[in-house]
Design a protein around this ligand. Structure first.
Ligand code: 4NP
Length: 166
């Protein structure tokens, strides 16, 4: 059976704050799936609640814009158990995000058949360039961290799209 049967209808990108990595991932995935002719619902969220309602960090907005991604209108929200029902695939930016999401998935599993819950994976799970590596949190670092985030996310988004096109 062709792998294309595994194309998700919806993807949720998740980091800690939903103001740096995951909105950047959302912008990149929106643009690159559109170019690839793939139609899917794409959203992002954070495991934490500190930045709910805020637009992405200005540094993330600026670096994204320099690479052709406008993420200025995105608004942070917190991930919830319902997201495991609403989305087919949930991608965690780092190992801690993945661990936190596994706990939220357990909560969702208590009210829903596990077979129908979102598949959970690391952002880099299919990316041979950064295989199973974290997308490093740029929040407390310098500008170069934001560039590194974009480089890794472009690579990993392309790797996911490749798996959906086989
Ligand atoms: P993000 O970055 O998870 O990529 O959005 C962070 C944003 C805020 C915080 C940590 C990481 N914070 O501690 O407030």
């Amino acid at each position: 059976m062709p792998m294309s049967s595994a194309i998700p209808k919806s993807v949720l990108l998740v980091c800690l704050g939903n103001i740096c990595r995951s909105p950047t991932a959302e912008g990149i995935m929106r643009q690159r799936t559109a170019i690839a002719g793939l139609t899917m619902k794409i959203d992002s969220a954070g495991t934490g609640d500190w930045h709910i309602g805020k637009h992405p960090d200005l540094r993330a907005q600026t670096h994204a814009k320099q690479h052709g991604y406008n993420i200025s209108k995105l608004v942070a929200r917190q991930v919830s158990p319902k997201d495991f029902i609403d989305f087919d695939l949930i991608l965690a930016m780092d190992a801690q995000n993945l661990k936190d999401l596994q706990a939220i998935r357990e909560v969702a599993a208590q009210t829903t058949n596990t077979d129908s819950l979102a598949r959970l994976a690391l952002m880099s799970e299919v990316d041979i360039s950064y295989l199973n590596q974290d997308v490093p949190d740029p929040y407390y670092g310098g500008e170069d961290g934001f560039e590194e985030v974009i480089k890794r996310l472009e690579s990993s988004v392309d790797a996911w799209i490749h798996t959906w096109q086989i």
